[in-house]
Design a protein around this ligand. Structure first.
Ligand SMILES: C[S@@+](CC[C@H](N)C(=O)[O-])C[C@H]1O[C@@H](n2cnc3c(N)ncnc32)[C@H](O)[C@@H]1O
Length: 257
């Protein structure tokens, strides 16, 4: 069983979403024409591929987790998006097919750097090819003070050397490669969530997945609920989701302003 297997049922619905405006803004920024081929590496249930689908010609998702591939198929069908899927790890992708856009959302820290860079160099379209490193997180603001308490509970359950991988710096990751940063963009969205949503979100994370928590799951859920309760107003918590994309291209090229 893969590390994300027990997170699948919670992932698509409860992870911080990428707002629709995010896809539009990124598409404008990298001047997508609508006929590009896009590969979503570590696609999970396909959040990025499905979001970018209206702006490109063809989407392919790649993920080693069987359950994620199945979830992506369902999500694509529900969204009415055509989306082909490859079951496997990016480091072992045998194809020489070129992709115009390669997205990697919340997955860079799982990839073996050198092997992945070799594949990216082989499959990213020459000249205009773009790599988008994407993430969406819940920002801590005066209005969303619960975020700190929520993180503290999760942190208390996730100590260990494995945690260091989450501190990855994407610009550093690409340093010394044939790619360079071309730009960055972010979109914020204010929304409402419930305690139940945030418990399910915690279960969508591989370091507090049902498999990792095991018999501790009920206690973990109770701790999250107790930490969030003081911040609930009219049954909900206000959330500020910030989605970001950092765009990379080949060293020799500059981005369209
Ligand atoms: C946190 S999820 C990200 C899902 C989605 N891209 C998003 O932005 O929400 C990370 C995904 O990376 C996948 N993954 C882990 N190692 C990988 C590898 N070596 N190659 C491709 N995908 C990998 C996992 O199976 C998981 O589905």
């Amino acid at each position: 069983m893969g590390r994300f297997a027990s997170t699948v049922e919670f992932y698509a619905r409860y992870r911080e979403p990428y707002p629709p405006k995010f896809f539009k803004k990124v598409a404008e920024q990298i001047a997508l024409r609508g006929d590009e081929s896009l590969l979503d590496v570590g696609c999970g249930p396909g959040l990025l591929a499905i979001g970018f689908a209206p702006f490109v010609g063809r989407c392919t998702g790649l993920d080693p987790e069987t359950g994620m591939i199945a979830a992506a198929k369902i999500a694509a069908a529900e969204a009415g998006v055509e989306f082909s899927l490859i079951h496997g790890r990016i480091e072992e992708l045998p194809t020489t097919q070129a992709y115009d856009v390669i997205t990697i959302g919340r997955a860079l820290h799982w990839l073996e750097r050198d092997a992945t860079l070799a594949v990216l160099e082989r499959i990213l379209a020459p000249d205009s090819g773009r790599i988008l490193i994407c993430r969406a997180t819940s920002a801590e603001t005066p209005e969303t003070a619960w975020v700190k308490s929520y993180r503290e509970v999760r942190r208390a359950w996730t100590a260990g050397p494995e945690e260091r991988r989450y501190g990855i710096d994407e610009k550093e990751w690409f340093t010394g490669s044939c790619f360079r940063v071309l730009g960055e963009t972010s979109v914020a969205e204010r929304r409402q969530v419930t305690i139940a949503d945030l418990i399910a979100r915690a279960l969508s994370k591989s370091n507090t997945s049902p498999e990792i928590l095991a018999e501790g799951q009920a206690r973990f859920e109770a701790e999250i609920a107790a930490a969030l309760e003081p911040f609930v107003r009219d049954g909900v918590l206000v959330e500020q989701v910030v989605a970001r994309a950092t765009m990379f291209g080949y060293l020799a090229h500059t981005m369209t302003p």
